[in-house]
Design a protein around this ligand. Structure first.
Ligand SMILES: [Zn+2]
Length: 322
C-alpha cells in the first residue's frame, strides 16, 4: 500500500507565527563595527548549524554550508544577511491522506490561481491562518508573479496540482511526469519557489503516480475532509460539512479556483474560528508532516521575501547561493 496516513514527526518548522519580510533580527546590528557584525553573523551561523545537527538529521552538508556565510548574499540596510524561501523538502511516506493524530488541521485550496485567489490570501491573513495553494500550471503566467510572492510572504505554501488537471491514472507514466514537471517549472518561473507537495486532480492517484511524484521531489497529499465546495452547496453547508468530518490530523480540500468561490471564501472565517474553539491548530502541511522549508541567500531585492538568519523557522534548510 503506497498510502500512509502518518509519518514520524521530525523537527517541524514550528514557528509559523513570525511575520516574514521587513522585521529585523534583534541584537545583531545596533551600532556594530564591521568586524563585530561579521563575528556575530558567524556566531549566528554556527549556532544555526548546531541547531540543525541537533535535530538529528543527517544533513551534514546543509549544516556545513550554514556555517560559512555565503559571499554573494544580499544584506539589509543594517547589514544583516538575508535569505528567502525557495522551496521545501519532503521525505518519508509517498502519499498522505491525513496527518498524525494531533489537534492539528491543514487546509489545501485547489485549482488556482483564479480571480478569487487574492481574496483567499487576504481572508487567511485576517484570520491568522495559513494554507497550501495547489495550483494548475497552465493558469500561471508572469501576471501571477505578484500574487505568488504575496502568498509566500503570508507564509502560505505553493503546491503542484499538475499542468492541465488531467486524471493522472489514465495518461501513462511519461505524461504524468510531464504534467508534474511542467507545473513545477511554471511555479518556479513565477515565484522562485520549488514545491515539494502535490495533490492529484480528482484524488486520482496510484502507486505509479506517487512514485513519479516522489522522483520529482513531491509528496502526494490527498485529504480526508471534503465539503464538496465546488458544487456551491451554500456557505452554511460548507462550514457544517467540514466541521462534521474533521478529526485530529485532518487534511481539508477546498477550492479557490475553477469557478465562483465566494461561498468557500465566506465559509472559512467561521470554519477557522470554530476549529480553534474545538482546540485545533491550523498548520501548514510542512508542519503537519515535519517537512522542512528551504532558504537561500537572496540576491538584490529578495522579492520582498528576505529574512535575517535569526528569523528563519526552526529546522529550515539553508541551501547555497544560486
Ligand atoms: Zn483540482
Amino acid at each position: 500500500m503506497y498510502l500512509a496516513g502518518q509519518v514520524p514527526p521530525e523537527s517541524p518548522p514550528s514557528d509559523r507565527s513570525r511575520a516574514p519580510g521587513g522585521s529585523r533580527a534583534p541584537g545583531v546590528h545596533s551600532g556594530s563595527s564591521r568586524a563585530l557584525l561579521s563575528a556575530v553573523a558567524t556566531l549566528a551561523a554556527l549556532s544555526l548549524a548546531v541547531a540543525i545537527v541537533g535535530h538529528g538529521h543527517s544533513l551534514d552538508t546543509d549544516a556545513a554550508r550554514a556555517a560559512s556565510p555565503p559571499p554573494a548574499a544580499a544584506r539589509s540596510a543594517d547589514g544583516a544577511l538575508l535569505y528567502r524561501v525557495v522551496g521545501c523538502r519532503s521525505t518519508g511516506a509517498l502519499a498522505h491522506r491525513e496527518g498524525p493524530r494531533r489537534m492539528e488541521v491543514a487546509i489545501g485550496f485547489d485549482d488556482g490561481p483564479w480571480t478569487d485567489t487574492p481574496a483567499f490570501v487576504t481572508m487567511l491573513q485576517r484570520n491568522h491562518a495559513i494554507a497550501t495553494f495547489f495550483m494548475i500550471g497552465r493558469q500561471l503566467s508572469a501576471a501571477q508573479r505578484p500574487l505568488l510572492l504575496r502568498e509566500l510572504r503570508a507564509g502560505d505554501l505553493l503546491g503542484d496540482h499538475t499542468y492541465s488537471h488531467p486524471d493522472l491514472t489514465r495518461i501513462g507514466p511519461a505524461a504524468v511526469r510531464a504534467q508534474l514537471h511542467q507545473a513545477i517549472d511554471a511555479i518556479r518561473a513565477d515565484s522562485g519557489y520549488t514545491p515539494c507537495l502535490f495533490r492529484p486532480p480528482y484524488g486520482a492517484d496510484d502507486a505509479s503516480v506517487s512514485r513519479i511524484a516522489r522522483s520529482l521531489g513531491l509528496s502526494t497529499v490527498l485529504w480526508n475532509v471534503d465539503p464538496a465546495d465546488y458544487t456551491q452547496p451554500g456557505t452554511g453547508a460548507i462550514e457544517q460539512r467540514v466541521l462534521a468530518q474533521v478529526r485530529p490530523g485532518s487534511i481539508i480540500i477546498s477550492h479557490d479556483g475553477g469557478g465562483p468561490r465566494g461561498q468557500t471564501l465566506a465559509a472559512y472565517p467561521g470554519i477557522i474560528r470554530k476549529l480553534r474553539a474545538r482546540g485545533y491548530r491550523i498548520v501548514t502541511m510542512l508542519e503537519m508532516f515535519g517537512y522542512r522549508p528551504v532558504y537561500e541567500p537572496c540576491i538584490k531585492l529578495c522579492d520582498g521575501l528576505g529574512l535575517a538568519r535569526l528569523q528563519l523557522p526552526r529546522g529550515a534548510i539553508i541551501a547555497p547561493a544560486p
